[in-house]
Write a protein that binds this ligand. Structure first.
Ligand code: PLP
Length: 416
């Protein structure tokens, strides 16, 4: 079949497609230990909450209303107004419903935004998206309409006690040239669990404004919801910042609801793109979120249920890792948020791609590190020494996965 250039680019077996295939294979393999994907945990209290919420929304008619109607291209109005009020009240941001648009998942919002600010410009030049700190989210890597649309900068690596380390933005080598149309950072970061500091964020904000380009902050795991953040961090928004949020990590990935908070001009652009690409974003997730805000539950569930759940899981998982793998074998990025641990096997005699293959054969799925360096030249050894695992499954499953990981790491050292 002869596909167009667009078709050829978007039907490629991209990193994300391979990962999704593996996750699916894993799901079909009985007994597989899935430490690879980004699905949020099934937190019993959240499941009960959503169950009760759907039932009462069905009774009061708001669920039926959401199922049976199109919303406008900006997204469901009741959520836009309720969320703007919540952000004004909780964070003091000067936002109204004109500063918010919805999309079918924040993943589709990135596709819109990357191609709105980067790609082929009116004058024929190629504008790029700059990731100021790689490793970065794998889902960005293939979301450009043009080839070579992403550049990123290697991090500074600070060594911490207890076999931990933390990435920092290397401002000395961060170059915002004429060809950069957008700066983008996830905070907390998937895959590392890093939360760039307030100072780093303010410096990026300043750099973006100096260069007259927006700063996109991907807040899929951050504050005020779902609130999966364990370090001190102040949320930041101003009219030059595009903040992307999501209902997914609250426990609702199936509703595919992403939220963009930005200047009115950007919101109007997103609405028009929504209109062309999907008529309107889906209304089910927004109806649920609006009801959660109306009942005053959204913030308290994030603070009292979701954050403590992941905090407990990450503490347990690190303790388990350390029972099987000492710091000489495996360093751990300081877990500051999100639902992943980023492991650094500094002296491993094989690449983590090979380790991944060996683990997969034994029914354990984790993701090798090299996928997470979009826009960086592929030969940086560090990228092949890291691995991402989530800490979503129950503790006993995680322990079985870690035991197999430790065996495979030892085997690789023995065979070297
Ligand atoms: N941003 C980050 C950092 C993520 O990890 C994910 C999903 O795993 C997303 C965005 C996309 O989320 P969604 O499209 O479900 O809103």
């Amino acid at each position: 079949m002869a596909f167009s250039l667009f078709g050829t680019k978007f039907t490629r077996h991209s990193g994300i497609a391979q990962l999704m295939d593996d996750m699916n294979d894993g799901l079909r393999t009985p007994g597989a230990i899935m430490l690879g994907g980004g699905n949020p945990a099934a937190i019993p209290a959240m499941e009960t909450y959503f169950h009760d919420l759907c039932r009462s929304m069905l009774d009061e008619g708001t669920l039926g209303e959401a199922l049976c109607n199109y919303d406008g291209p900006q997204g469901k109005n009741v959520l836009l107004t309720a969320l703007a009020a919540l952000l004004r009240q909780e964070l003091g941001w000067a936002v109204s419903e004109k500063n918010i648009a919805l999309a079918n998942g924040s993943q589709s919002a990135f596709f819109y935004l990357f191609n709105l600010f980067a790609g082929r410009a009116q004058d024929g030049s190629l504008k790029k998206v700059l990731f100021p700190l790689a490793p970065e989210y794998l889902g960005y890597a293939d979301a450009g309409l043009e080839e070579d649309m992403f550049v990123s900068t290697k991090p500074n690596i600070a060594r911490l006690p207890d076999g931990q380390f933390k990435y920092h933005v290397d401002f000395e080598h961060l170059q915002v040239g004429e060809d950069i149309g957008l700066i983008c950072v996830s905070r907390p970061t998937n895959p590392t669990g890093n939360v760039i500091t307030d100072q780093e964020l303010l410096r990026l904000d300043e750099l973006a404004r100096q260069h007259n380009i927006p700063l996109l902050i991907d807040n899929a795991y951050g504050l005020p919801f779902p609130g999966i953040i364990f370090s001190e961090a102040t949320p930041l928004w101003n009219s030059n910042i595009i903040l992307c949020m999501s209902l997914s990590k609250l426990g609702l990935p199936g509703v595919r609801c992403g939220i963009v908070i930005a200047d009115e001009e950007v919101i109007s652009a997103i609405s028009n793109m929504n209109g062309i690409i999907s008529l309107a974003p889906g209304g089910l997730g927004p109806a649920l979120a609006a009801a959660m805000i109306r009942r005053g539950d959204l913030m308290s569930l994030a603070t009292d249920v979701i954050r403590p759940f992941y905090q407990r899981r990450v503490t347990q998982t690190i303790a388990t890792l350390r029972r099987y793998l000492p710091p000489e074998r495996c360093l751990i990025h300081k877990p500051e948020g999100a639902i992943f641990l980023w492991l650094w096997f500094q002296n491993l005699p094989i690449t983590t791609e090979m380790l991944y293959q060996r683990l997969k054969m034994r029914g354990v799925l984790m993701v090798p590190g090299h996928y997470f360096f979009p826009g960086l030249e592929p030969d940086w050894p560090h990228a092949h020494q890291c691995m991402r695992m989530n800490y979503v499954p129950e503790a006993d499953k995680i322990e079985r996965g870690i035991a197999i990981l430790a065996e495979e790491v030892e085997r690789a050292h023995r065979e070297a």
